[in-house]
Design a protein around this ligand. Structure first.
Ligand code: SAM
Length: 239
């Protein structure tokens, strides 16, 4: 997968993608990252990328032309069609289903705004979708872009040591993940649930499912209400 980042600070996103699973995905050739700075496409001695908003008010707005030129340069760098995503607090909220969908694209172009955001006409002309990482306002889209890069990179085939681990993560089946334990068995903070030491895989799977169901019900009733529960799940809940 190829991801191009349009940003005044493209190195920031590249740096976030240099570690751990995402870094390894890059080393294994599963992900290639490319940064494009709109300032490199800006005119004049000052290479302006922003201007005051029409109608007055505080802050600055990112100019159409340097952004459009950067997006076009990114598109032209590879013949595969790219989906252009503008990271914006006004976009649809990012969730695991959307991450899975994005991870299936051969190319993404992530557009990061700054200041008050970008000229609306650029969004209408060049952007396929707007995505938000939550109901709060960041000072720039770079952290949001880094979130998208991380979430899609770990879903690339071969990125995780054990592909099963992504399937068992929270949200994949609509529920939260179960709790996890590791060595030592005895610790001053407590013991490990006996079932996990039993070696009985069917009982362990049942316990994990029960924990997932219980946690989701307690912590995320919104997810629980939407989850497709089986007869066996209902029995576990009643137990
Ligand atoms: N005036 C804009 C508004 O209220 O909708 C906020 C602009 S914000 C200060 C600057 C940039 O940060 C945005 O253009 C966007 O790229 C990014 N950003 C801020 N919050 C975000 C969020 N929750 N999700 C994704 N991107 C965000």
């Amino acid at each position: 997968m190829r991801i191009d980042v349009i940003s005044l600070f493209p190195e920031f996103v590249a740096q976030c993608a240099a570690f751990g699973v995402v870094g390894r995905a890059g080393e294994r050739g599963l992900l290639s990252m490319h940064g494009w700075n709109p300032r490199d496409y800006a005119e004049g001695n000052y290479r302006r990328v922003d201007e005051r908003p029409f109608g007055g008010g505080p802050g600055m707005v990112m100019l159409i032309d340097p952004l459009r030129a950067a997006i076009r340069a990114a598109r032209a760098a590879d013949p595969a069609p790219a989906r252009v995503v503008y990271l914006s607090p006004q976009g649809a909220r990012l969730d695991q289903a959307k991450v899975r969908e994005l991870a299936g694209h051969a190319r993404l172009i992530l557009l990061c705004g700054r200041y008050e955001g970008v000229d609306e006409r650029l969004i209408r002309a060049e952007v396929d979708e707007e995505l938000s990482i939550g109901d709060y306002v960041l000072s720039g889209g770079e952290l949001a872009a880094a979130v998208v890069v991380d979430a899609v990179a770990r879903l690339q085939d071969g990125a995780l040591g054990d592909a099963e681990s992504a399937v068992q993560d929270s949200f994949e089946d609509g529920l939260l993940d179960c709790p996890h334990y590791t060595r030592p068995v005895e610790h001053e903070l407590g013991g490990v649930p006996e079932v996990l030491m039993s070696g009985n895989h069917a009982r362990i799977a049942q316990w994990r499912r029960q924990q997932s169901l219980g946690r989701t019900w307690q912590r995320r009733p919104d997810l629980f209400d939407e989850a497709a529960l089986s007869k066996a799940d209902r029995k576990l809940l009643a137990a």
